[in-house]
Design a protein around this ligand. Structure first.
Ligand SMILES: C[S@@+](CC[C@H](N)C(=O)[O-])C[C@H]1O[C@@H](n2cnc3c(N)ncnc32)[C@H](O)[C@@H]1O
Length: 477
């Protein structure tokens, strides 16, 4: 087994919106399944338990915890440095609903966790040995409630196969190199560059590999160490992941890449038709990944999903609330999807976007504004906005803003000290809202707003409006 160079180097600390409880509830709803706490209620109406395995420094977990103060958030990671950093931040923000555990998945005991409603693992599954994968599934099997939701992201075989021998070469080189883990990784990448320059055999005209190497050498070395210099690096087809999670009675229900429900934005019509002829299930998912060249999946599984009746689904979908997460003036009609840039129909989208620019609304509120009578059509339009990064599903009611305000103060103070966060907690989303780093610095320093008529005023007002709608603020003082 190759040495794991990542263990002693803390990972990067990024926020991932697909881990939001409201998003995890939205995916089964989209596919007409009941799932989540008590399977009939949306999470923030009640208490729920959420666990992140391999939480790293836990920025996502802390933001979700601040945005959902009536739920309890458990973060598990075997890195002492990660857990220490996360705990310090949770304490500074006074987040009472966070439990952080320095623990290997393989060493978890039944008493470590209560019954769980949602379990997530992001950037973990493809990078750990089979024994750790099995241990994770056992822990989930032991604790996940019926109707519970699991999110797992992983690299598929689709676009990573060419890198398999290269990753082995890099880790073998690093094993015999000297210096810190960072030095050894850099030396391994330099070694690969030399081999590429020979332009021979496997390296002949290897343009994609050269581009990957350039990108990797220019990247954050902490990311590179955790991505490629781990003991196990195993891109996996969907069918294998689905089979492993199947052991914990988990059924695949859909993906957080909600654009997957919009066929025409993914594949050309002939390809779409060919894919629809593949039997539904793991085979279609794997074939779809190959046809789309999709190298990264964000699967959602449910333990015992129950199909909704058409009227149950209509009621639930009409109650679903959405919020705008991008400045209205930046929600353009040219949007990027897997198939390429698509021109959206202004008349179909503008009324809903304008309404959401005034604050969150349910699909039921938006139906008449969109001039739609069909729930399915209206939902497809909302999903298009979600896939374009304009809107997000959010819980039915706003949370107590106190914990978000306090965490935002901690994040802003860190930004003022040179950290590069671009997200703050929103009690409306129960999740994070992207905020430009300079705006966070301005908030941290209580910089006065631009003078009326100043060139920067329109930007300031547009950002201010978005943040007010999402109730993104700092605790004062
Ligand atoms: C690539 S990082 C991902 C961190 C975070 N989820 C993110 O996406 O930013 C993988 C994390 O899993 C943790 N990890 C890896 N193997 C583990 C194991 N067997 N038990 C517990 N934690 C583990 C590492 O310490 C690291 O924080």
């Amino acid at each position: 087994m190759a040495e794991d160079l990542s263990i002693s180097t803390p990972y990067t600390n990024h926020y991932f919106s697909s881990l939001a409880p409201a998003m995890l509830q939205f995916v089964p709803l989209l596919h007409r399944w009941q799932a989540g706490p008590a399977a009939t209620r949306l999470p923030t109406q009640d208490r729920f338990n959420y666990v992140e395995f391999g939480c790293g420094q836990a920025l996502s977990l802390l933001i979700m915890a601040a945005g959902n103060p009536n739920a309890t958030f458990y973060g598990i990671d075997y890195s002492a440095a990660h857990i220490a950093r996360a705990r310090r931040m949770a304490d500074q923000a006074g987040l009472a609903n966070v439990v952080l555990m320095e623990r290997a998945f393989e060493d978890m005991k039944p008493e470590d966790l209560p019954p769980i409603d949602m379990a997530v693992l992001h950037g973990v599954y493809s990078w750990i040995p089979p024994a750790a994968r099995d241990a994770l599934v056992d822990v989930i099997d032991r604790h996940l409630r019926p109707g519970g939701i699991v999110y797992v992201s992983y690299n598929t075989l689709t676009s990573w196969t060419a890198l398999l021998p290269i990753q082995k070469l890099l880790t073998e080189f690093a094993a015999q190199a000297s210096g810190s883990p960072e030095d050894r990784a850099r030396k391994a990448l330099d070694f690969l560059e030399k081999l590429l320059e020979t332009n021979s055999g496997h390296f002949k005209d290897a343009k994609a590999l050269a581009a990957w190497l350039k990108h990797t050498k220019g990247g954050d070395i902490r990311y590179v160490l955790h991505e490629y210099f781990v003991s196990h690096w195993e891109p996996t087809p969907h069918s294998e992941v689905a089979a492993r999670f199947g052991r914990a009675k988990l059924n695949y229900v859909g993906t957080c890449d909600v654009v997957d429900t919009l066929d025409r934005f993914i594949l050309q019509p002939a390809a779409s038709k060919a894919l629809s002829e593949v039997p539904a299930g793991p085979l279609r998912e794997t074939a779809g990944d190959l046809m789309r060249n999709n190298g990264f999946r964000r699967d959602v599984y449910v333990r015992g999903p129950v199909a909704t009746t058409p009227s149950e689904w209509r009621d639930r979908v009409r109650e679903q609330r959405f919020a705008l997460i991008r400045r209205r003036d930046r929600c353009g009609m040219s949007a990027k999807f897997p198939i390429g840039t698509v021109e959206l129909n202004k008349e179909a989208f503008d009324p809903a976007l304008d309404r959401l620019a005034d604050g969150p609304a349910t699909l039921g509120d938006l139906l008449p504004i969109m001039g739609e009578t069909q729930d399915g059509n209206a939902l497809r339009r909302l999903v298009t906005m979600v896939a374009a990064g304009y809107a997000a599903p959010c819980p039915p009611v706003d949370a107590d803003p106190g914990p978000s305000d306090r965490l935002n103060r901690v994040l802003a103070d860190e930004v003022a000290l040179g950290h590069s966060h671009d997200v703050l907690a929103s009690p409306v989303l129960g999740a994070g809202a992207r905020v430009a780093t300079p705006r966070i610095v301005a908030l941290a320093k209580d910089t006065p707003p631009p003078a009326p008529g100043a060139p920067e005023e329109p930007d300031y007002l547009a950002e201010r409006r978005l943040m007010d709608n999402l109730r993104v603020r700092l605790r004062r003082g």
